[in-house]
Design a protein around this ligand. Structure first.
Ligand code: PMP
Ligand code: GLU
Length: 376
């Protein structure tokens, strides 16, 4: 076979997905493996959301839709943003995508030219860098403050002549940290002073514990330069539905819509009706799941500390980020081999020496996993 694309060959597979695949394979082979490796709510999608999708299917919503998404949904998202996130959004500043991941990819395609640099704050989720590189851009990594996982003045030193975008993710996957007002102010100042775009991935906004989520676009002068990414996977336990969205200035949305038209056309039509019901229905289900994640966090973090591990703040999302002595890849391998507990090594998030432990699983699994970790 002739050689394949060098650009794609140079990109690593998604560590989060690969490790969870490996855990699933072990389970199929009969190994009693506990997977704390993937960030996926273990709850079922709430019934009223499923019912709305089924009704849409029965009604015949099985055809092509407008490429930015069904108008009822883009309108509902614009309303939600204007009501909850502290900045105003019009319907034509919204695009519905196949998951938040697709919104991130399309945003990179829409904004970056070859050679443009995106600044990524580490530890960072696994897919930002690949999306930048698929779009032909390059990446500069900059660490968040040790211990607090907030932004400090050193961020300014990382801005170079090719920097065009800063990627922000709060609440954070993998650290669980929630960026405070001061951190967001620093980012906003740098974006305004250096005429940078920001991509603000807020997919975990509903999963915060005792802290306040602040949207970057709500800060002065930021709505005009921020692509806010969000979706239904985490808040409504809808990972398999593949519905996310971006809110951004019209010229950016228009570019993203072209990418969408030529690749996926739009997300699945009847799935969008489920997402609409998620936004329009009672939000009690979101709060019930948030409370359950908080209960698990309140068990897991002290349990890991009792075993002698230091952990990151864990103020949001559903991850414990655990400091380990030694090679995180080797330790993750040994936990899987000897304890049958799957976790994701920090190296995957550009922060060696840490392990990400997802608590999006039952309390029983968490208790069993802690017992097994204690034994190894
Ligand atoms: N951003 C972050 C930080 C995530 O953890 C995930 C999880 N998959 C995504 C984006 C993508 O979510 P979606 O399932 O909506 O594509
Ligand atoms: N975002 C989740 C995680 O980090 C799901 C897998 C993925 O899309 O990376 O585990």
């Amino acid at each position: 076979m002739r050689s394949l694309s060098e650009k794609v060959a140079a990109i690593a597979p998604s560590a989060t997905i690969e490790i969870s695949n490996a855990a699933k394979r072990m389970a199929q082979e009969g190994v009693d493996v506990i997977s704390l490796s993937i960030g996926e709510p273990d709850f079922d999608t709430p019934a009223h959301i499923k019912d709305a999708c089924i009704e849409a299917l029965r009604r015949g919503e099985t055809h092509y839709a407008p490429s930015a998404g069904i108008p009822a949904l883009t309108g509902a998202i614009a309303g939600k943003i204007s009501r909850e996130n502290g900045f105003a959004a019009e319907q034509d500043e919204v695009i519905v995508t196949c998951g938040a991941k697709d919104a991130i990819y399309e945003a990179m395609e829409a904004v970056l030219n070859p050679g443009d640099e995106a600044l990524i704050l580490d530890p960072a989720w696994v897919s930002y860098e690949p999306c930048v590189r698929f779009a032909g851009g390059s990446v500069r990594h900059h660490p968040l403050s040790v211990g607090t996982f907030q932004v400090d003045d050193t961020l300014l030193e990382a801005v170079g002549p090719r920097t065009k975008m800063i990627v922000v993710n709060s609440p954070s996957n993998p650290s669980g940290a929630v960026l405070d007002w001061g951190s967001l102010q620093l980012i906003a100042d740098i974006c305004r002073d250096h005429d940078l775009f920001a991509l603000s991935d807020e997919i975990y906004e509903k999963l915060v514990y005792g802290k306040e989520h602040i949207s970057l676009a709500s800060l002065d002068g930021m709505a005009e330069r921020t692509i806010t990414v969000n979706g239904f996977s985490k808040a409504y336990a809808m990972t398999g539905w593949r519905i996310g969205y971006a809110v951004a200035p019209r010229p950016i949305i228009r570019q993203m819509e072209k990418v969408q038209q030529h690749t996926i056309s739009h997300p699945t039509t009847f799935a969008m009706f489920g997402a609409l019901a998620a936004l329009q229905g009672s939000q009690d289900c979101v709060e019930a799941m948030r409370r359950e994640f908080e209960r698990r966090r309140d068990y897991l973090i002290p349990a890991l500390r009792d075993l002698g591990y230091a952990t990151a703040p864990a103020d949001g999302a559903f991850y414990a980020y655990v400091k380990v002595d030694g090679d995180d890849m080797a330790i993750a391998r040994s936990w899987l081999r000897d304890a049958h507990v799957a976790v994701t090594p920090g190296t995957a998030f550009h922060s060696p020496g840490w392990l990400r432990v997802s608590y999006a699983t039952s309390m029983e699994n968490l208790e069993e996993a802690v017992g097994r970790i204690a034994r190894v």
